[in-house]
Design a protein around this ligand. Structure first.
Ligand code: MG
Length: 258
């Protein structure tokens, strides 16, 4: 399969870098848990642009620390023969530093793309799965028959609960949930979606991976989390959608092979 993977907030925890730039330049904080929409309204557009440019300078790009199991998962996918397209909404000027960073963290890939219209490039490359935290990109990908997948963040949580998005709270969970889409075993050997309940995992910390220790706020605070019964109902509602997305991806692959 052909997999496109975003960088910021997908391969590493970008939010803190952006928030630090906003704080330093304009004295404006951007609390992660309060960022429940895609738009950043606390900064004016020109302020936001300056902050984003700062996050993509060489020093910041090279300082990025990949999320646990991200590099390992992608390495396994690449080793299994999947095409890996790394895509980032950053200017071409950031390309050399980004390339350097990918080499430094040991992430294997087939193409790196630094530009604005990710989904258009995904369509050119006949990408099957897009992993990206942007709700806009996820929805656009789905419209074009590309399976949308993401690491869960406050700004895409609602989309994950309502739409056909394959999601994981971390790269361990995302790898497991994408295993049936990609037809590969995850690092835990799962080929089928695990019978896990995200809510149940939260209720039993012994069962849960702990992704949030270096990524504060990746989980919804317990007080805001839906009740366990509601979470089960959400999961039941979501699963047929995920299956449809998987079926669509497999049909696309079959059509291409025909
Ligand atoms: Mg991103």
């Amino acid at each position: 399969m052909r997999i496109a993977i975003d960088i910021d907030s997908t391969l590493h925890h970008y939010w803190d870098v952006l928030s630090r730039a906003a704080e330093r330049r304009f004295g404006i904080s951007l609390p992660y848990e309060e960022q429940v929409t895609w738009g950043i309204t606390r900064l004016r557009p020109e302020q936001l642009e300056l902050c984003i440019a700062e996050t993509h300078n060489e020093e910041n790009v090279l300082a990025g620390r990949p999320y646990p199991n991200a590099v390992q998962t992608i390495g396994r996918w690449h080793g299994a023969g999947h095409f890996i397209h790394i895509t980032s909404h950053r200017t071409p000027a950031s390309y050399p530093a980004t390339e350097h960073w990918l080499r430094r963290i040991g992430l294997p890939y087939d193409e790196l793309y630094c530009s604005r219209d990710k989904v258009a490039r995904c369509r050119q490359l006949e990408i099957d799965v897009l992993i990206d935290d942007s709700p806009l990109n996820l929805m656009r990908a789905a419209e074009h028959g590309i399976v949308p997948a993401t690491i869960v963040h406050p700004w895409n949580r609602d989309l994950c609960e309502e739409e056909d998005v394959v999601f994981g709270r971390d790269w361990f969970e995302l790898e497991r949930r994408l295993a049936p889409v990609l037809g590969t075993a995850s690092s835990t050997g799962d080929l089928q979606p695990p019978p896990d309940d995200p809510g149940a995992a939260q209720a039993d910390p012994g069962q849960a991976r702990k992704p949030a220790s270096t990524e504060p706020g990746l989980h919804r605070p317990e007080s805001e989390a839906p009740a366990r019964g509601e979470r089960r109902a959400q999961r039941r509602r979501r699963q047929p959608g995920t299956r449809r997305a998987i079926d669509r991806a497999r049909a696309a692959v079959r059509r291409r092979a025909a």
